[in-house]
Design a protein around this ligand. Structure first.
Ligand code: CP3
Length: 348
């Protein structure tokens, strides 16, 4: 698979992460490689999700699929759950249901059995990154990623998606020592994996704490913050930008900032201007168009995108993105239109 023909994005994504001046606001979209694209669905008709992730040639091909739409960064094609398999908790993606962990963790013994693996056990991820970095150099930036310990712990304990996270919180409140042991193991694996991704060529990494908005500030501080800090303080030494992302996080954003990150991800529920007031201007922000606006007429999502740009104007350090991942039925034409709109309206 040859890389697509791309224009040099002038490192505007990496510059914005570092709060340096840019010629235009950079944009990329979470889940930009996925089911809204016909090319992706065609490839998935032939290969399972895990097969795509574990075959560098296929993962590279999927990473490239959206880039002709003009994003300023490519994100490694993989999944946050991949480390769980070598740790001792195999899973699969069930059609229509999302991820299913075959034997969810029930007790202390289950946590004790989990292996704190080295990143080399996920060599296929590192190989995919090495190929991407070689082929994308000088064109678009390359983002690596991992799941944050709370979000991973919730999958391990719930066994899949959840609405109230009752099992997770039962361990957290009822067996705090077991909880912290689990979080320690996960955060060390994630720290090693992100370090290895950076060594393999990732120019920025994103930590996905997608479900951490289930917690208020007191619980976040006690049960999550030290573990996220273990990862992010270590990564600071590398000088590589880290995007710290979650959803439903309006009340815990200042604590997420305290835990670390060069860029804080803002979901679509909090206006960017308010996020800026809450977090100050010594950190970059990423966000935050509501992904469902891409189903609206272009005039509607363009007005909303303009509002995001207006709220950030003048402040360095804005990476345009959706407030959460792009949805599977999203019209591709609207994605292209959004990317062009953001580039055009933000030209300095
Ligand atoms: O962003 C990208 O383009 C890179 C690839 C990527 C995937 N998953 C591919 C994927 C990334 C960054 C992820 C992260 C991820 N995975 C998260 C955090 C991001 C978020 O949205 O909050 C989470 C919670 C997961 C776990 C996961 N993987 C779920 C819940 C699902 C099922 C989703 C669904 O709608 O069915 C997956 C599967 C998955 N990971 C798909 C993709 C493209 C869909 C797979 C398919 O059916 O082809």
């Amino acid at each position: 698979m040859k890389p697509p023909v791309l224009v040099d994005t002038k490192d505007r994504f990496l510059k914005a992460c570092r709060r340096e001046p840019v010629d235009r606001t950079p944009i990329w979209l979470m889940r930009q490689a996925g089911r809204y694209m016909a090319e992706y669905r065609a490839l998935r008709a032939k290969h399972s999700m895990l097969e795509v992730c574990k075959t560098p040639e296929l993962a590279v091909e999927v990473t490239y699929q959206p880039l002709h739409l003009g994003m300023d960064a490519a994100i490694l094609f993989a999944d946050i759950l991949l480390p769980l398999e070598p740790m001792g908790a195999p899973f699969d993606f069930a059609k229509g249901e999302g991820p299913v962990i075959f034997e969810p963790i029930k007790d202390r013994a289950g946590v004790e059995k989990l292996r704190v693996i080295d990143a080399g056990e996920l060599g296929y991820i590192l190989e995919t990154l090495r190929i991407l970095r070689r082929e994308l150099a000088g064109k678009v930036a390359l983002i690596g990623f991992a799941g944050a310990p709370f979000t991973l712990a919730s999958y391990l304990i719930e066994g899949g998606k959840s609405s109230h996270f009752v099992k997770t919180k039962k361990v957290m409140y009822g067996e705090p020592e077991t909880w912290h042991l689990l979080m320690q193991k996960l955060s060390e694996v994630v720290r090693r994996l992100l370090r290895a991704q950076i060594d393999a060529g990732a120019q920025a990494v994103q930590l996905f704490d997608s479900w951490v908005g289930q917690l208020g500030p007191e619980d976040y501080r006690e049960y999550v913050l030290p573990h996220v800090q273990h990862i992010l303080k270590d990564l600071e030494e590398t000088g590589v930008p880290v995007i710290h992302f979650g959803t439903g996080t309006s009340t815990i954003l200042p604590l997420q900032k305290e835990a670390g990150g060069t860029v804080i991800g803002i979901d679509f529920r909090l206006p960017m201007g308010q996020a800026r007031k809450l977090l100050g201007d010594d950190v970059a922000l990423q966000g935050n168009l509501d992904p469902t606006t891409l189903f609206a007429p272009p005039a509607v999502f363009e007005a909303r995108a303009q509002s995001v740009l207006d709220q950030m104007k003048g402040a360095p350090g804005h990476v345009f993105n959706l407030g959460h991942g792009i949805l599977p039925e999203t019209p591709v034409d609207n994605v292209k239109r959004l990317i062009d709109f953001v580039h055009e309206k933000s030209a300095r």
